[in-house]
Design a protein around this ligand. Structure first.
Ligand SMILES: [Zn+2]
Length: 274
């Protein structure tokens, strides 16, 4: 599933191609993406709007339009955005398609999603309401170890489960949670409220550092547009904990183990994470 670095990579790719294109029609929109509007009404609202600079919060892509509308995109497990020019090539997994024009040229905004967990939502004035309930962005947001201390205080849930909670920090998923806890040398099943100030400092720094590494690795490895298809690019070679159970710990030489936390496979080193 795409996490913050993967979504940031898509945002940067979109930033290169999408600003300035104007929506002319809505050739395809699944009912779940219309939020109760008829497709003609949806089309009437969107037509004539042009895209400006894309933003991101956590795992959500936020696409502001010139008319005050927003498209909020969640890629789910397999969602991809493509902006092909020329005649439209149809695909059975296309869920949402906009026809675009700029300087007499035509293009398409295509949301393609094989497993259907992704979503495109239209809203007026602000991004989709569920974005407002998210915690600060894990990479670029304003938060620190003091914020973590306040949010984790007294919580008996596993620290990893709370790192995955998008209401606390937005953008951290299974990969980067395992990596950050490994880097901070904290066991993933520790009760969140048991972490001391120094551990919280280490954890805060590790979350930002691992997300940063992810953004850098994915940004370098992806050359053509919209590659959010589950590949990790060169990040795969940089992973030190995620799915490395049974392998040697590069820090202490011990063997990484696996457990389940919040329903997610979790790898950790019992030798050097405490
Ligand atoms: Zn170790």
């Amino acid at each position: 599933m795409p996490e913050l670095p993967e979504v940031e990579t898509v945002r940067r790719q979109l930033e290169e191609v999408i600003p300035g294109w104007t929506i002319t029609s809505v050739p395809l929109a699944e009912p779940s993406m219309l939020r109760g509007l008829g497709v003609r009404d949806f089309e009437r609202r969107l037509s004539g709007n042009s895209f400006s600079l894309p933003r991101r919060h956590g795992k959500f892509l936020l696409l502001p339009l010139s008319g005050g509308f927003w498209l909020t995109v969640h890629l789910g497990m397999t969602g991809r955005i493509l902006v092909p020019t020329g005649p439209r090539s149809r695909d059975p997994h296309d869920r949402f398609v906009l026809a675009l024009t700029r300087d007499g040229c035509r293009a398409w905004f295509v949301f393609r999603d094989v497993r259907k967990f992704g979503r495109v939502e239209l809203s007026a004035g602000t991004p989709a309401p569920r974005v407002a309930g998210l915690g600060p962005d894990g990479w670029t947001g304003v938060w620190d170890s003091g914020y973590l201390a306040r949010r984790l205080a007294g919580r008996r849930a596993a620290v990893k489960a709370l790192l995955l909670d998008q209401h606390i920090l937005a953008g951290v998923g299974n990969i980067y949670a395992d990596e950050a806890l490994f880097e901070a040398q904290i066991l993933p099943f520790r009760p969140a409220g048991s972490l001391g100030p120094e551990e919280l400092e280490r954890l805060a720094a590790a979350v930002r550092a691992t997300l940063e590494r992810g953004v850098r690795a994915l940004g370098c490895s992806i050359s053509d547009f919209a590659h959010v298809d589950g590949r990790l690019g060169s990040m795969q070679q940089e992973l030190r904990a995620y799915q490395r159970q049974g392998q040697r710990c590069e820090r202490c030489g011990g063997t990484l183990e696996r457990t389940i936390i919040a329903g997610r496979g979790t790898a950790y080193c019992p030798g050097c994470q405490v």
